[in-house]
Design a protein around this ligand. Structure first.
Ligand SMILES: Nc1nc2c(ncn2[C@@H]2O[C@H](COP(=O)(O)OP(=O)(O)OP(=O)(O)O)[C@@H](O)[C@H]2O)c(=O)[nH]1
Length: 438
């Protein structure tokens, strides 16, 4: 109930966005180009130039109060100086207070809506950090739509049946429809055939064998996002189709980095939509991170440059740059993203140090074309699969791992600030097959 309240969707934004994400591979080439904002004159900024109109949100003291009479949770102790993304520290399973709902989009007003009465807690403590056991339960529950499709199919194929060619064929088909992709499905069934062909196998045996195979495939990509402490800042460029969860993921990452004792700055590089800027500002408030933003229609590359310049001056540990993801105008998007990369390289030729692509797991195989598109535009070197909760197509992660071999740093299992977890290959494989943790 609390998570639902916390993650309340913005009716005017979320539905179209989700649809946009789902349709993207279709609309990519055919849709009429969206009107592009006239970029500001900032493409070639130099360190000597004063930054153009730049609005920086100072660290807010407090989160907006949730509209609830429930008591606020005190700030959980933050583990300091851990570099990889780690789950938050365990806490007593107390009912957490609800977090503030995302504000309705006041397009085109770029300002934050007035916050309700301030709450006596720090923003990052809005939700209870889940325990390790809680994480697995959440992942398993989140993947239940994906896993029930698979486990129901496996049960109907393998109840009192020998592993013959027909059964293998049915299994392969089932795995393909569960988004594991033909190559992965063939590989996994071949392995099962190698060890069990001609024998009577139970659905449980099939599930454990498949879980072990899936785990083998995804283990090489299960890599935590490691920050280089020598970089001030480590620049993370977050790219992806609209609605895939870029801004939300930035908010979640910001919370994690802050909890690790890092200083974090956010840059609202999706200057195309006022709603995107205000959404990032809300995350900045909630996580206590300054947000570098400009008015709608401003030049995104210029903004990224300013943000990096400021992050360097302030010796910030991590700079997370949000970007636009409107694929209706692929050429415009490509130019904008490349320009951002080009311009920030003027300050640090090794930046961006991480280019993260967010993929909405509910889009299934469309995620493949998104990887191809963004990999061609910018050098994507990390993936985050979002919305694995409630997706019936979580198997796509397996085929992505097999095909692209790009590290999957984390997965999104909800809209809450703690709902990003490091990608654990074994836990994922077991959850996908509906098996328990041990
Ligand atoms: N259930 C679920 N919802 C998520 C997750 N990540 C993001 N969302 C929701 O997905 C919707 C879109 O997320 P955004 O972060 O706005 O996506 P975006 O890519 O920044 O979209 P634009 O701002 O349009 O570019 C929001 O309603 C989020 O709350 C997740 O892991 N699980």
């Amino acid at each position: 109930m609390i998570f639902r309240w916390f993650g309340r969707k913005k009716p005017e934004e979320t539905a179209p966005k989700d649809e946009a994400a789902k349709d993207q591979s279709i609309t990519l080439e055919s849709a009429t180009p969206a009107p592009e904002p006239e970029p500001e004159k900032t493409p070639e900024p130099s360190a000597a130039q004063p930054a153009p109109k730049q609005e920086t949100e100072p660290v807010p003291e407090l989160a907006p109060a949730p509209p609830s009479a429930e008591p606020q949770r005190p700030v959980p102790p933050a583990p300091v100086a851990q570099t990889p993304i780690t789950p938050p520290p365990a806490a007593a399973p107390v009912e957490p207070p609800p977090a503030p709902a995302p504000m309705p989009e006041p397009e085109p007003v770029p300002e934050l809506p007035p916050a309700p009465a301030p709450a006596p807690v720090a923003a990052a403590a809005e939700e209870a950090p889940p325990t390790k056991k809680g994480w697995f339960a959440k992942l398993k529950e989140g993947l239940s739509k994906s896993s029930s499709k698979l486990t129901d199919g496996i049960t109907s194929i393998f109840t009192k049946r020998k592993l013959d060619d027909e059964a293998l064929e049915e299994l392969e088909e089932l795995l393909i429809t569960a988004d594991l992709g033909p190559a992965t499905a063939a590989k996994v069934t071949a392995e099962l055939a190698r060890t069990r062909f001609g024998k009577e196998v139970s659905p449980e045996e099939v599930k454990s064998t498949l879980a072990a195979e899936v785990s083998k495939i995804v283990t090489p990509v299960a890599k935590p996002l490691v920050l280089d402490p020598a970089l001030k800042p480590h620049v993370i460029l977050v790219v992806g189709v609209n609605g895939t969860g870029k801004t939300t993921t930035i908010g979640k990452l910001a919370r994690q980095f802050k909890a690790e004792g890092k200083s974090v700055m956010l840059a609202a590089g999706d200057t195309f939509r006022a709603a995107a800027v205000s959404q990032l500002k809300i995350w900045g408030e909630r996580t206590g991170c300054p947000v570098v933003a400009r008015d709608t229609g401003a030049d995104a590359a210029g903004l990224a440059y300013d943000a990096l310049e400021r992050a360097r001056a302030e010796k910030v540990d991590v700079l997370l740059i949000d970007t636009a993801g409107r694929l209706q105008n692929k050429t415009g998007l490509m130019e904008e993203l490349r320009k951002i990369v080009r311009v920030i390289k003027k300050l640090d030729e090794t930046a961006p140090h991480t280019t993260l692509l967010t993929l909405d797991a509910t889009t299934g195989q469309n995620a493949h074309s998104q990887v191809e598109i963004f990999r061609d535009m910018v050098n994507v070197n990390g993936l985050i699969l979002t919305k694995l909760d409630g997706s019936a197509r979580g198997g796509v992660l397996v085929s992505l791992a097999e095909k692209f071999k790009i590290p999957v740093h984390a997965i999104g299992v909800g809209e809450g600030v703690y709902d990003l977890r490091p990608f654990d290959a074994d836990a994922f494989a077991k959850s996908l097959m509906g098996l328990s943790a041990d």
